[in-house]
Write a protein that binds this ligand. Structure first.
Ligand SMILES: NC(=O)C1=CN([C@@H]2O[C@H](COP(=O)(O)OP(=O)(O)OC[C@H]3O[C@@H](n4cnc5c(N)ncnc54)[C@H](OP(=O)(O)O)[C@@H]3O)[C@@H](O)[C@H]2O)C=CC1
Ligand SMILES: N[C@@H](CC=O)C(=O)O
Ligand code: NA
Length: 404
């Protein structure tokens, strides 16, 4: 028998319970073991739950889990950053394997937790943390190890992709769609992490570090979210026969790397343009395999729970990489060199702004209620400096790179 301590019984935790209940027999046939949830940690013990787990299973006291003799795997699905770090550390220190879907904690403590697990010969798996239900990290670390991967690009946030799809194809309002994404269980407890791009940034930090085999830290990634996008921007982007997606990209260059998370304008018939709703996709370029695309549900109860449980199965069967998966390489951050054409919209035009912005403009798209333009090929940093020198507040512009 394998005892599980489940931390969190929200969208994903409930999905884990549901699949475990439904697939008991298959799991036993696969692993040769009965898998039992021994304890479930929640925040609010008095909350009404749809799942009936039987007596004495739910607790709000982590000590009951960490001191439970029959628990050998801790599955962390709380979404809490500070507490989860403590839970995971204690789990590893007490000799338990850990599975988590929590990209915030993996991203923040990647090196420490990975090396701690490897030193102790324990499993620390987080497939669900990147691309939800899509198996990405396992193929990357197993099937693709002989490749020198130089580029990884992805639509990595289901909530943002859902919002952008609904705004683009149905003309829906940003706030209204965000609310639906929350109701559907895609968004983080605080959706700022989704719409301001932090969630994508954390996923890129994990994915990029594993793919390039060199550390990409959170602070190494240039970040723009989607929260400032308006129906007006969508209209301009449509006129360009293009669409917009929040894309994370890490690229190895001769002497270092660039890493960005930015709203990205792409032609309507391009690959990422057809990744819609809460779907995610990741594209790798490797020297042997060439281009490789992964596509599937990036968020949601059952797809994410499925990824969590496949990690649990790998731990039980010992079929995971036992060494620390993080490379030792130190790569130089070359983000200051990032250059390209950008879409820039500034609301409330004033003569002065228009005059100064014209110097970077390749094409003025609108000067009515808003200034919208396509920039010349320019360093990203130059645009930010210009906006700041003109006193244009962050709330007053939307910036997206154009990839065509
Ligand atoms: N939802 C999705 O589609 C995806 C989610 N993830 C990740 O999976 C994790 C879980 O997400 P999700 O299920 O959506 O989150 P929810 O907010 O739906 O659920 C969180 C659960 O954890 C419990 N909890 C929260 N904080 C604590 C704490 N400090 N101590 C103990 N229990 C706590 C909550 O308790 P209570 O019920 O009492 O409030 C709740 O049961 C997150 O890290 C998320 O980023 C990853 C991929 C996709
Ligand atoms: N909030 C996240 C959940 C999955 O990681 C998202 O929207 O992608
Ligand atoms: Na995944």
């Amino acid at each position: 028998m394998i005892g599980i301590g489940l931390l969190g019984l929200g969208t994903v935790g409930a999905g884990v319970v549901e699949i475990l209940n439904k697939r008991q027999e298959e799991l036993k046939a696969l692993t040769g073991k009965d898998i039992e949830i021994k304890k479930v940690l929640v925040k609010d013990i008095n909350k009404k739950r749809e799942i009936d787990l039987g007596e004495n299973i739910i607790t709000s006291d982590f000590e009951e889990i960490i001191n439970h003799e029959d628990i050998s795997i801790i599955v962390e699905l709380t979404g809490d950053l500070e507490q989860s770090y403590r839970y995971i550390k204690r789990a590893l220190n007490s000799g338990r394997d850990v599975v988590t879907a929590n990209k915030a904690v993996v991203s923040k403590h990647f090196e420490e937790l990975s090396s701690s697990a490897a030193e102790k010969n324990l499993g620390f798996l987080y497939e669900a943390s990147v691309g939800g239900g899509i198996p990405i990290l396992k193929p990357l670390q197993e099937a693709l190890t002989l490749n020198n991967i130089t580029v990884v690009q992805g639509i990595l946030n289901g909530t943002c992709n859902y919002i952008l799809t609904k705004m683009f194809y149905e003309g829906l309002d940003y706030g209204e769609v965000l609310k639906t994404a929350q109701e559907l269980g895609y968004a983080e407890a605080d959706p700022t992490a989704d719409v301001e791009g932090y969630d994508t940034l954390r996923k890129l930090r994990i994915l990029g570090t594993l793919a390039l085999q060199g550390e990409i830290r959170e602070e190494d990634i240039l970040l723009e979210g989607i929260s400032k996008i308006t129906a007006f921007d969508i209209e301009q982007i449509k006129k360009m026969k293009s669409t917009v997606k929040l894309i994370g990209e890490a690229k190895e260059l001769d002497e270092g790397f660039t890493a960005v998370v930015q709203p990205t304008i792409i032609k309507e018939d391009s690959y990422f343009a057809n990744v819609n709703m809460a779907f995610n996709s990741v594209v790798f370029s490797g020297d042997n395999v060439g281009e490789l695309k992964f596509y599937g549900s990036g968020a949601g109860k059952l797809p994410t729970a499925n990824a969590v449980l496949s990690d649990v199965v790998d731990i039980i069967m010992g079929s995971y990489i036992k060494r620390n998966p993080l490379g030792e390489r130190k790569l130089k951050n070359l983000n200051t060199r990032i250059k390209g054409e950008y879409y820039l919209r500034i609301s409330s035009p004033i003569e002065e702004i228009l005059k100064n912005i014209e110097s970077i403009s390749k094409e003025l798209l609108s000067t009515n209620d808003n200034i919208a333009l396509r920039t010349k090929e320019i360093e990203y940093i130059e645009i930010i400096k210009l906006l700041s020198s003109l006193g244009v507040h962050r709330d007053k512009y939307f910036l997206a790179r154009i990839l065509e």
